[in-house]
Design a protein around this ligand. Structure first.
Ligand SMILES: Cc1ncc(COP(=O)(O)O)c(C=O)c1O
Length: 394
């Protein structure tokens, strides 16, 4: 059956807007990620999933999947309460109550690791641990961005940019009775998170590929130098983390022990535009035609789920099915209504669905309580999102 009709039939009794996951595509994506992992562990980026049962489903497929990369302290605590362990909080936490709660779980033999990138972070953790007679597991975030004249190629996160800075911080952590260095992380966002195969930006693609190529050479060398220093100092790390969905093919060949992958499981729209990576569009949402203001124009209820990041057309939802349908330039995807232009072969009427994809993977789950699972043209289950669990972390 053709995809539009198949999803329409499967979702006919589900109130719209609704979110759904094509389980065949989802499991194909999981297998593709395993194949690309080069036998390294994959840590799942929860921000790109935001559903406990989905995280568990991925973990259950293969021992390749080890641990979760969380985005907030209270999220890590919530996941730990739901039976998950080996939780790396990828972004520094400052809130003392959250930090105390995490350290007390570490004292209870849970593996929850917090991120540091400076003396300020280390001093802060030490103060909290000393007051409460606790200990932290820490990970050092190393900046892997590249600097070119007039261009910062990468993200602005960690101030740790040189091998000597790494050594100074590792020594400081090593000297502290209040923390153990559990791992190091270097996220090459300019490789993993920047598209380089967008059909609307052919010239830009060439420039980005050139920059990616150059930046990769520099960062691979830097990461190896850091790993060598750590080995020379005979520091035993539990993990060396790198990468993201868009750099999996490359980071998996490096001397890391694990690669983080999140977006690749649902494979949101931005990930259609990578030269060296492709997966299937597993997650999408449906909105319903409630008005037909004129021929070829179908206005639906809801739809305007805009993605975070530097604003541009690529942050807008994309009309997935029926093929050829598009948003209008004047209204885009609206807060409560979305007009859609379509003059294709499929006859559309009031109550029919239009299917869209979000630019980013996990953010969409903040708008829905459930993800409906579709297999063999039928709904087989509904998994709760974080929102469905009444959880909101950021
Ligand atoms: C630290 C870190 N690692 C990895 C990733 C990759 O996540 P994804 O695979 O969802 O692109 C991100 C995304 O922003 C990140 O912040």
């Amino acid at each position: 059956m053709e995809a539009y009709t198949s999803y329409k039939n499967a979702l006919k009794n589900i109130p719209k807007p609704c979110l759904f996951l094509d389980m065949d595509m989802f499991h194909t994506n999981i297998q593709n990620i395993i194949s690309a992992s080069n036998n390294k562990n994959i840590r799942i980026a929860s921000k790109s999933i935001r559903s406990v049962p989905i995280l568990k489903e991925i973990l259950n497929v293969s021992s390749t999947f080890q641990g979760i990369m969380c985005y907030a302290a209270d999220e890590a605590i919530y996941l730990n309460d739901n039976g998950l362990d080996d939780l790396l909080i990828a972004y520094p936490v400052w809130n003392p109550e959250h930090l105390k709660a995490i350290a007390s779980r570490v004292m209870n033999k849970q593996t929850i690791t917090v991120m540091v990138d400076s003396i300020e972070h280390i001093n802060h953790l030490e103060m909290i641990a000393a007051e409460n007679n606790q200990k932290f597991l820490v990970c050092l975030d190393i900046d892997l961005s590249s600097e070119y004249p007039g261009l910062h190629f990468g993200v602005h996160r960690s101030p740790v940019k040189t091998v000597s800075q790494v050594v100074a911080l590792i020594n400081r952590i090593d000297d502290s009775p209040y923390m153990k260095l559990d791992g190091i992380m270097g996220y090459e966002a300019q490789i993993a998170g920047v598209t380089d195969n967008n059909p609307k930006q052919r010239l830009k693609n060439k420039v980005v590929r050139f920059l990616k190529n150059h930046s990769s050479k520099v960062l691979i060398k830097k990461r190896q130098e850091i790993i060598d220093v750590i080995h020379q100092k005979q520091i035993d790390l539990r993990f060396i983390n790198g990468g993201g969905t868009g750099s999996l093919h490359q980071t998996a060949k490096e001397n890391v022990t694990e690669i983080t992958v999140g977006s690749g499981f649902f494979n949101s729209r931005l990930f259609d535009f990578y030269k060296d990576y492709s997966n299937l569009p597993a997650l999408a949402y449906a909105i319903e035609i409630t008005r037909i203001p004129k021929k070829h124009m179908y206005t639906c209820t809801g739809g305007g789920y805009i993605a975070s990041g530097a604003m541009g057309e690529d942050r807008m939802p994309h009309i997935y099915l029926p093929e050829g349908a598009c948003l209008t330039a004047n209204e885009g995807a609206g807060e409560v209504q979305t007009p859609i232009y379509y003059d294709g072969d499929i006859p559309l009427k009031h109550g029919d669905p239009i299917f869209l994809r979000h630019s980013k993977a996990g953010e969409l789950c903040e708008h829905f309580h459930h993800i409906h699972l579709i297999k063999d043209d039928k709904i087989i289950d509904a998994y709760k999102t974080y929102r469905g669990d009444y959880q909101c972390f950021l």
